[in-house]
Write a protein that binds this ligand. Structure first.
Ligand code: FAD
Length: 276
């Protein structure tokens, strides 16, 4: 859609050009920005002209630029030991979007929109990623992605803050991941998306789409079914919108959580058995 209030589109090449004036907002892939009215928007600042490399590697971290498109992430050849990598494909397919949208939509844009069904948020939270935020005053801060998304369309970002990248620890990439998703119709938006990661470091369960913000449950080992039930029983903020009622979301998320727990229990038993 035409954004009729927009008067300027800036194309920064350095961080110094990035500072956002009142009424300006970052433009990434534009797939959400141009999909609905933006009444207060008077200017766009195109992040893609900053030339951030899609990914960078260090000994212990994979850094994914906020401007990396979902398509580019899917094309990345994982290291042989990255057992978690199938989760990238699954989360990309969890979006109610075709490959045409994948070619423009960015990882950072999906997180920044802050929708419950933000599958890149689910991916990054499951992989224990940290967001690198360039703050409006020229500084930088790091915040776990699990704490960056605070609620529906609400992020822990100040005015003028921009997400620069996501740092994914390599140790998370070598863990095993699991995934379950459901929607009310075959091509509907996710009603519940439950992901998990497990290794000898423990078991992490992440619920998105069914909750206004990511629900993250961490355990030192694969929990018993009773322990998992007790942890889920302590949570009472299930999302309510046309994509599912809170009761239904709680029920399917609980079932998926148990399925993933069972998968992890069998997996870790067989690892322990193999090592014995
Ligand atoms: C067909 C279709 C299906 C979709 N399905 C889903 C779905 O199933 N689940 C879901 O969650 N979403 C869905 N979306 C919306 C989706 O979140 C976005 O389209 C996409 O992920 C946004 O990425 P983008 O790069 O295009 O962001 P843009 O549209 O460019 O920007 C989105 C917002 O984030 C801000 N922003 C972008 N990058 C940054 C940054 N680095 N730092 C700070 N702010 C930033 C922008 O200012 C803007 O407010 C769908 C969209 C379409 C068109």
């Amino acid at each position: 859609m035409d954004l009729v209030t927009v008067r300027t589109v800036r194309m920064p090449s350095h961080r110094a050009d990035l500072s956002l004036a009142a009424g300006e907002r970052p433009l990434a892939g534009g797939t959400w920005l141009f999909s609905e009215e933006q009444p207060d928007l008077t200017g766009l600042v195109d992040l893609t002209t900053l030339g951030w490399p899609d990914v960078e590697y260090s000994d212990d971290t994979l850094t994914i630029a906020a401007t990396c498109t979902i398509a580019s992430l899917l094309r990345l050849a994982p290291d042989p030991g990255w057992r978690a990598w199938p989760l990238v494909d699954r989360c990309a397919n969890a979006l109610l979007a075709s490959f045409k949208v994948w070619n423009s939509a960015t990882v950072g844009g999906n997180v920044a929109v802050g929708l419950p069904a933000g599958a890149m948020t689910a991916l990054l939270v499951t992989l224990d990623a940290t967001a690198v935020v360039w703050t409006a005053d020229g500084g930088e801060r790091r915040v776990p992605v699990s704490e960056l998304v605070l609620g529906v369309r609400t992020l822990d970002l100040g005015d003028g803050d921009v997400i620069r990248a996501f740092e994914v620890p390599r140790r998370a990439l070598t863990a095993t991941t699991g995934y379950r998703r459901v929607s009310l119709s075959p091509h509907g938006r996710s009603g519940a998306l439950v992901t998990a990661r497990w290794s000898t470091d423990g078991f992490v369960l992440v619920v998105t789409a069914a909750t206004p913000r990511p629900l993250v449950l961490r355990f030192g080992t694969v929990p018993s079914a009773e322990t998992l039930d007790a942890a889920l029983a302590g949570y009472d903020d299930w999302y309510d919108d046309p994509h599912g009622s809170p009761d239904w979301r709680r029920a399917v998320s609980t079932r998926f959580a148990h399925e993933l727990r069972d998968e992890a229990a069998i997996d870790t038993d067989s690892v322990a058995g193999g090592a014995a």
